[in-house]
Write a protein that binds this ligand. Structure first.
Ligand SMILES: Nc1ncnc2c1ncn2[C@@H]1O[C@H](COP(=O)(O)OP(=O)(O)OP(=O)(O)O)[C@@H](O)[C@H]1O
Ligand SMILES: [Mg+2]
Length: 477
């Protein structure tokens, strides 16, 4: 059989439909797409990133994302930004300037957001080329009808930079396909507020990352401002815990007056099987708020304010290398099963409804692996042990609190009984000094009173007994 060959060299190419698959399907919401662009700013060593919406409530609005990062040279654009699936970021390497571990690695993150509008324009000003900037425009109309992507010509324009224009990258997405609703802007505001670890700033610690994200919305300024109001200082319990580089756990709990009330070491917290936890070092903090009771009489906040804030931000958020990973702690995502555990044993235990927390993990060895669809990490032993620790330390805190509550109740009961005995004695002495006709009606009334007191004491005893039973069920005694 003869074979006909010619000298033409062929290439594997791909259709523009693949761009859609890789962009929209891997990043299903506009929010997630925008987050990916913000994460790129972080990887580029930016210290700030501004997300701006202009005319967003109307058809054909504009989305702009600006950062003060390293920017890109024409060669970086050609050999990186323009190649789908190309990434020079290595999971275990640090960024040049701020020594950040990269949060991106797949070379796909930018695609979804770029396709939110008809056109995307990239303007980038490399840090080390002070006088120039590069511009490239992608018009998605040219990619319609499943053309091979490499048949659409693109041109990188290099021009003189405006005097004083800072280094960094600006991505403008024009003629947005869908107008933004107030609810969508609120969601984006919340997402961006949580993205770069607001907990670190509020808890007075050194920030995990020196990276600030700001959202500006032309149409919904109030909504954006509201999203950054918080109530940290009104907590009732603050759990601070950690698993160190050797997998050893430690924890402490602070009460609302700022006093450390409990501390625990590895053996207090971890079951025997976790010797040690097989995870990268991380810390876990949780702030728990009572949503009822006297607290609202003495503070400036209302129960409704706190409730709304917890409904929106509550849950345990996970920060990987300084940037929040979705869906952990998203609304309705109880990945640590706090609510299930609380339903089983409700006393003195937090739920996503009354607490907010965060786990921070740097993972220099890259033990946690992000899923391609960016919805969390691949299920593996480090992730499993991380979850286990969070459950173990919350149970440890619960036991300590139950024990304390039990001791307090016992002490209160003892005082009540002593008081009652003393009062009874005083009344009996007083009754003895009366005449028979005066004593009889008073004695009958006192007997009734004693009966009521005895009933109260027996109720108290029952409650204490129940607390003791749930305490024993937790394995404390
Ligand atoms: N704001 C930016 N500043 C500097 N370079 C950028 C910026 N945004 C993107 N890049 C470059 O474009 C490349 C592609 O970005 P993209 O988000 O698609 O992939 P990635 O960040 O490498 O990986 P991942 O898909 O995991 O996010 C990046 O690797 C980076 O080199
Ligand atoms: Mg990226």
């Amino acid at each position: 059989m003869s074979q006909i060959t010619d000298n033409q060299v062929d290439h594997l190419r791909f259709s523009s439909a693949v761009l859609k698959l890789l962009g929209e399907e891997l990043n299903p919401s506009p929010n997630q797409g925008i987050v990916e662009l913000v994460k790129n700013a972080y990887d580029a060593d930016a210290t700030w990133c501004v997300v701006e919406l202009e005319g967003e409530h109307l058809p054909r609005g504009t989305l702009r994302i600006r950062d003060n990062g390293e920017g890109m040279s024409a060669d970086d654009i050609r050999s990186g930004w323009l190649i789908v699936g190309e990434s020079k970021k290595e999971n275990t390497h640090f960024s040049k300037r701020n020594k950040r571990l990269f949060v991106g690695s797949k070379g796909l993150g930018r695609l979804a957001a770029l396709r939110l509008g008809r056109k995307a324009i990239l303007i980038t000003r490399p840090r080390d080329q002070e006088k120039i900037e590069h511009l490239i425009e992608l018009d998605w109309e040219a990619y319609e009808g499943n053309v091979a992507v490499d048949t659409v010509p693109l041109k990188i324009e290099t021009r003189t930079r405006e005097l004083g224009a800072p280094h960094g990258t600006e991505i403008e997405i024009l003629a947005l396909y869908t107008p933004w609703t107030p609810a969508a802007v609120r969601k984006l505001a919340r997402t961006l507020h949580l993205l770069s670890d607001p907990f670190a700033h509020k808890s007075g610690q050194a920030s995990f990352s020196d990276f600030k994200v700001t959202l500006k919305s032309e149409a919904f300024t109030d909504i954006v401002n509201e999203a950054s109001v918080d109530y940290w200082t009104h907590f009732d319990y603050h759990l601070i815990s950690r698993v160190d580089e050797n997998g050893r756990a430690s924890a402490s709990v602070i009460d609302s007056s700022g006093r450390i009330i409990f501390t625990g070491k590895h053996n207090d917290i971890a079951p025997k099987s976790k010797e040690p936890y097989l995870v990268p070092a991380f810390d876990f903090e949780l702030w728990e708020f009572k949503r009822e009771g006297k607290k609202f009489a003495t503070t400036t906040i209302t129960k409704a304010d706190l409730g709304k804030w917890l409904d929106e931000f509550g849950g345990i958020h996970l920060y990987y290398r300084g940037v929040r990973v979705s869906p952990y702690g998203d609304e309705g995502n109880d990945w640590l099963d706090l609510n299930l555990a609380r339903a089983r044993s409700p006393e003195e235990r937090p739920s996503t409804n009354n607490s907010i927390g965060r786990i921070r993990v740097n993972d220099p060895e890259g033990l946690l692996i992000q899923k391609t669809d960016r919805q969390g990490f691949v299920e593996n032993t480090p992730l499993e042990h991380l979850r286990d620790f969070a459950g173990d330390v919350v149970t440890w805190m619960q036991k300590k609190r139950l024990k304390k509550r039990d001791e307090r109740k016992r002490a209160e009961k003892k005082i009540t009984i002593e008081k009652q005995v003393r009062t009874q004695h005083v009344v009996e002495v007083a009754l003895d000094s009366l005449s028979d006709s005066e004593r009889e009606p008073l004695q009958a009334a006192f007997k009734n009173h004693l009966h009521a007191v005895e009933q109260t004491i027996s109720l108290l005893q029952k409650e204490t007994h129940e607390a003791l039973v749930s305490f024993v069920e937790l394995g404390e005694c």
